[in-house]
Ligand binder design. Structure first.
Ligand SMILES: *Cc1c(COP(=O)(O)O)cnc(C)c1O
Length: 816
C-alpha cells in the first residue's frame, strides 16, 4: 500500500459533487454537505471497482463464502473508503480550499450501528478482511431502520433514544430495485402422497417482501470490493386502501406496520433471552431471503444444485441464522424436489457455525409452540433431522437415554423448546469457538456430548481485528511512526509489527512513541471534557474499561478498586510507603441493555462515585473518574489510542474471546486482565512480563464455587474491602438516597457474588499497585507498551479469516 498522493483534480471533483449531487454552492458548503460530496466521490470510484469484482467472480464461477449475521457494527464508512481508494491525502488537500479538515468532515457521518457489541463488530472486521484477502464473499444481514439505541446520561442514569441513522439517507447503500424476495410465515402444512412420493406443501398465512440494499465493502491494497447485502421488510400492500377510504387511517397503516416492523429495530439482545415472536421472525426473515438469494445465484451460474456445496459456503455467526439449516432443506426438498438424503449431505457441507458464548442463559432456544405458529414446515423438518440424528447417536452409545436427551434438538424439560445451537452443530461440518480457551471449554462443557460423537467437527478460530480501522484509521500518529520505522506493509501483514521488538529499548523511539500516546491522550481529554464536562490531566495514567456493561465483565470490580483508591488517598494524602500517588484517570464507556436493571445501576454508581471523587478538593488530579457516553465504533476509535491501561477483568471462563482487549493492546495499552478468553493468547504473544494477569483461573473459579463460596467471609476478613462495600451500601456516594446501592452490594454479600468479585478483589488491588510502580518508570512503561504493539500481529482479523478460509470454507486466500 503506497502512501496516498495528492491529486490536483480532487478539489475539482469535490466541487462538482457539491454542485451536481448534493445540490449546493461549493462556496458555501457546510461540513455535512462536504461529507456528502466526498462520500459520493468515493462511492463512484468504489462502484466501478465493485462492478468489476462481481463480474469477475461471475465469470470465474467462483466458490463464495456467505457470512450470515444478525449484526454488523460497521461504524462510519467514509475514512475507510478513502483509505482503500488511497484518496485520503488528496481529499484532505482538496478540503483545505473549504477551510475544513478531513477529520471534521468525516465526523459528520452517523455511525451505522447495526449491532450490539463484540459479535457485531467482529462481523464488520471480518468483512474488511475477507475483501482485503480477495475472498469472493458476501455479508448478509438486516437493514435496521434504527440501529443500536443512542445513549444519553441524565442525572447519572442511562436513557435510551432511537438511533435514526438513515433519517438523512446514506451514500453508502445501493438499493437493488429489482431484487425482492418473498418471505412467508405461519399457516399449515399439507402432506400429499405416500412413501417415496410423499410431498409436503406449506400453506403460509402471511408474506412479506425482503428488498435488497447493498453496502460496499472495499478491500485494502486490492481492487476487490465485496458486498454487504442488507434486507428491508416491505409489506405486500402499502396501505389497506379500503380501510383508508372509509376513514380508518389507523388500520390502513397497521397492515403496513405489521409486516415492516420486522426490519425496524435491532433487538437489544445482549446475552439475555429474548423470546419474542418478532425476533424469531427477524431471524427467519433475513436468513430465508439470503438463502433464496444464494441458491438463485448458484442456479444462475451453474444451472444445477447437485454441486451446491462445491460452490457455496454459508457461515452462521452464532445461532441467529440457524433456522437456515431447516430453510435450505425445505428449499432443496420441497421446492426443488431433491431427495432428503442428498439434500442433507449438501446442507452439512454448506454450513459452518461459530459459537460465541458458554453461558447457558445466552444459548438461544425457541418454544416448540411458537415455532409451530410461525414456521410450521420448518418445525417438521427439525423433527425429522432430530429423529435421524438421535438414531445415529443411539448407535454410538446404546441404552443411554440421558445422552440422547442431552443431545436432542428439542429440550423436553418443561415447555418443549428447539435448541438452536444443537441444530447448528448437527447441520454444520465445522463448529468453532473464538479463542483457544473458549474452544476448549466448549468441548469440555456445553458441547461435550457432541464432541464425543464428532471430535473432528470442533475447532478454534481465535478472533482478530482489522488493523486498517483499529490502527491506520484510529491512530494516525502511531501509524506514521510505524511507517517511518517499518514501512507501510503492516497494514496487510500485521506480523511485521514484530520489527518493533528491536526498538523497544531505543530511547529515541521510546520518546516518539510516548509523544504519540500523549497527543492521543490530549485528543481524548478534549472529548472527555466536551462530553462530560470533566477536565482530566493527559499526564495521568489513563485507565480504560470500554465495552458493554455486564455483570460478567465486572465493571463493578473496577469500581471497587476506584473506591478503594479514593479512600486510601483520603487516609494517606501523600502516598503510601514514601511513594506519592500516581495520578489516574479511570475511564468507562459502554451501553447497558435497556431491560438490564443491574447493569444500569452500575452505570449510575459510576456517575455517583465520579461526582464525589471528581469534586473532592483533597483528591485533585490524583484520581478522576469519567463515563464517556454513547459508546460505539467512533467513540472506541477515539478512546483506544489514548489508553495506557486496558481493563479486561471478566471472571475467568466467561469472556469467550474479547476483541476490545486486542484493539487496546494494538494501540499500545498494557492489559490488566484475568486469565480469560483471548487475554491468555495476548499474554503468550506479548510475554508474561508485559501484561498484568491476576485473579482466579478457570479451574479455580469452578473449584471455588464447588467448595461453597462464601463472599461474606472475605468481607469480614478484609477491613479495606469492608470499608469500600459499606461506603457504597450506606450512601457515601448517594447521600441523597443512602440505600440506592444496597441491593447491588447485597447481591455480592448475600446473593452469592456469582462472578466472584470479592474472590478476585485483593489480587486485583495489589496488581493495580504494581501498575502504579511501573508507571512511575516512564521508560520501562514505554518499552512494555512497545512490546505489546510488537506482539499483536497474530490478532489481525486477516490471520483469523485466512484460517477460516483454509480450514472451514475451503477457499484459497490471497497470499500476502
Ligand atoms: C470492539 C468493540 C466491542 C467489543 O468489546 P469487548 O471488550 O471485546 O467486549 C464492543 N463494542 C464496540 C463498539 C467495539 O468496537
Amino acid at each position: 500500500m503506497s502512501p496516498d498522493s495528492a491529486s490536483p483534480d480532487i478539489g475539482a471533483r469535490i466541487d462538482e459533487q457539491l454542485l451536481k449531487t448534493v445540490g449546493t454552492d461549493a462556496a458555501s458548503a457546510s461540513p455535512t454537505e462536504l461529507m456528502q460530496a466526498v462520500s459520493q466521490l468515493a462511492r463512484q470510484d468504489l462502484s466501478e471497482r465493485w462492478v468489476r469484482t462481481q463480474a469477475a467472480d461471475r465469470g470465474a464461477k467462483a466458490r463464495r463464502v456467505y457470512y450470515l449475521s444478525m449484526e454488523f457494527l460497521i461504524g462510519r464508512t467514509l475514512s475507510n473508503a478513502l483509505a482503500a481508494l488511497e484518496l485520503r491525502d488528496g481529499v484532505a488537500a482538496g478540503l483545505q480550499a473549504h477551510a475544513q479538515t478531513l477529520e471534521a468532515v468525516a465526523d459528520r457521518e452517523p455511525d451505522a450501528a447495526l449491532g450490539n457489541g463484540g459479535l457485531g463488530r467482529l462481523a464488520a472486521c471480518f468483512l474488511d478482511s475477507m475483501a482485503t484477502l480477495g475472498l469472493p464473499s458476501f455479508g448478509y444481514g438486516i437493514r435496521y431502520e434504527y440501529g443500536m439505541f443512542a445513549q444519553d446520561i441524565d442525572q447519572g442514569c442511562q436513557v435510551e433514544y432511537p438511533d435514526p441513522w438513515l433519517a438523512d439517507g446514506t451514500p453508502w447503500e445501493f438499493p437493488r430495485a429489482g431484487i425482492s424476495v418473498p418471505v412467508r410465515f405461519g399457516g399449515w402444512v399439507e402432506h400429499q402422497g405416500h412413501g417415496e412420493q410423499a410431498k409436503a406443501v406449506w400453506r403460509p398465512a402471511g408474506e412479506v417482501a425482503a428488498k435488497a440494499y447493498d453496502m460496499v465493502v472495499p478491500g485494502h491494497g486490492t481492487q476487490r470490493v465485496s458486498t454487504l447485502r442488507l434486507w428491508k421488510a416491505v409489506a405486500p400492500a402499502h396501505i389497506d386502501l379500503h380501510a383508508f377510504n372509509t376513514g380508518d387511517y389507523g388500520r390502513a397503516a397497521g397492515v403496513k406496520n405489521e409486516y415492516e416492523n420486522i426490519s425496524w429495530v435491532l433487538y437489544p439482545n445482549d446475552s439475555t433471552p429474548a423470546g419474542r415472536e418478532l425476533r424469531l421472525k427477524q431471524e427467519y426473515f433475513f436468513t430465508a431471503a439470503s438463502i433464496h438469494d444464494i441458491v438463485g445465484r448458484h442456479l444462475e451460474e451453474h444451472g444445477t444444485l447437485t454441486n451446491l456445496s462445491d460452490k457455496v459456503a454459508i457461515h452462521l455467526n452464532d445461532t441467529h441464522p440457524a433456522i437456515g439449516v431447516a430453510e435450505l432443506m425445505r428449499l432443496l426438498c420441497d421446492d426443488h424436489g431433491m431427495a432428503w438424503k442428498e439434500a442433507w449431505a449438501q446442507c452439512r457441507q454448506v454450513f459452518s457455525y461459530t459459537n460465541h458464548t458458554l453461558m447457558p442463559e445466552a444459548l438461544e432456544t425457541w418454544p416448540v409452540g411458537l415455532m409451530q405458529h410461525v414456521l410450521p414446515r420448518h418445525l417438521e423438518i427439525i423433527f425429522r433431522i432430530n429423529q435421524e440424528f438421535l438414531a445415529l447417536a443411539a448407535q454410538h452409545r446404546p441404552n443411554d437415554d440421558g445422552f440422547l436427551a442431552r443431545l436432542s434438538l428439542i429440550d423436553e424439560a418443561g415447555e418443549r423448546r428447539v435448541r438452536m445451537a444443537h441444530l447448528s452443530i448437527v447441520g454444520s461440518h465445522k463448529v468453532n469457538g473464538v479463542s483457544a480457551l473458549h474452544s476448549d471449554l466448549l468441548v469440555q462443557t456445553i458441547f461435550a456430548d457432541f464432541a464425543s460423537l464428532w471430535p473432528d467437527r470442533f475447532t478454534n478460530m481465535t478472533n482478530g481485528v482489522t488493523p486498517r480501522r483499529w490502527l491506520q484509521q484510529a491512530n494516525p500518529g502511531l501509524s506514521a511512526l510505524l511507517d517511518s520505522r517499518l514501512g507501510a506493509g503492516w497494514r496487510r501483514d500485521l506480523d511485521q509489527l514484530r520489527g518493533l521488538r528491536a526498538l523497544a529499548e531505543d530511547p529515541a523511539f521510546q520518546a516518539e512513541f510516548t509523544a504519540v500516546k500523549r497527543a492521543n491522550k490530549a485528543r481524548l481529554a478534549a472529548h472527555i471534557e466536551r462530553s462530560t464536562g470533566v477536565k482530566v490531566n493527559p499526564a495521568s495514567l489513563f485507565d480504560v474499561q470500554v465495552k458493554r456493561i455486564h455483570e460478567y465483565k465486572r465493571q463493578l470490580l473496577n469500581l471497587l478498586h476506584v473506591v478503594t483508591r479514593y479512600q486510601a488517598i483520603l487516609m494517606h494524602p501523600k502516598g503510601i510507603g514514601g511513594r506519592p500517588w500516581v495520578p489516574r484517570t479511570v475511564i468507562f464507556a459502554g451501553k447497558a441493555a435497556s431491560s438490564y436493571h443491574t447493569a444500569k445501576s452500575i452505570i449510575r454508581l459510576i456517575h455517583d462515585v465520579g461526582r464525589v471523587v471528581n469534586h473532592d478538593p483533597r483528591v485533585g488530579d490524583k484520581l478522576k473518574l469519567v463515563f464517556v457516553p454513547n459508546y460505539g465504533v467512533s467513540v472506541a476509535e477515539l478512546i483506544m489510542p489514548g489508553a495506557d491501561l486496558s481493563e479486561q477483568i471478566s471472571t475467568a471462563g466467561t469472556e469467550a474471546s474479547g476483541t476490545g482487549n486486542m484493539k487496546l493492546a494494538l494501540n499500545g495499552a498494557l492489559t490488566i486482565g484475568t486469565d480469560d478468553g483471548a487475554n491468555i493468547e495476548i499474554r503468550q504473544n506479548v510475554g508474561d512480563d508485559n501484561i498484568f494477569i491476576f485473579g482466579l483461573r478457570t479451574p479455580e473459579v469452578l473449584a471455588t464455587r464447588q467448595a461453597g463460596y462464601q463472599p461474606m467471609r472475605l468481607y469480614e476478613a478484609d477491613a479495606g474491602l469492608k470499608a469500600v462495600l459499606d461506603g457504597i451500601a450506606h450512601g457515601q456516594f448517594s447521600p441523597e438516597e443512602p440505600g440506592r446501592y444496597r441491593a447491588l452490594v447485597d447481591s455480592l454479600l448475600w446473593g452469592g457474588d456469582h462472578y466472584l468479585l470479592l474472590a478476585d478483589y485483593a489480587d486485583y488491588v495489589a496488581t493495580q499497585a504494581r501498575v502504579d510502580d511501573l508507571f512511575r518508570q516512564p521508560e520501562a512503561w514505554a518499552a512494555k507498551a512497545i512490546l505489546n504493539v510488537a506482539g499483536m500481529g497474530v490478532f489481525s482479523a486477516d490471520r483469523t479469516i485466512r484460517e477460516y478460509a483454509e480450514q472451514i470454507w475451503g477457499l484459497p486466500a490471497d497470499v500476502r
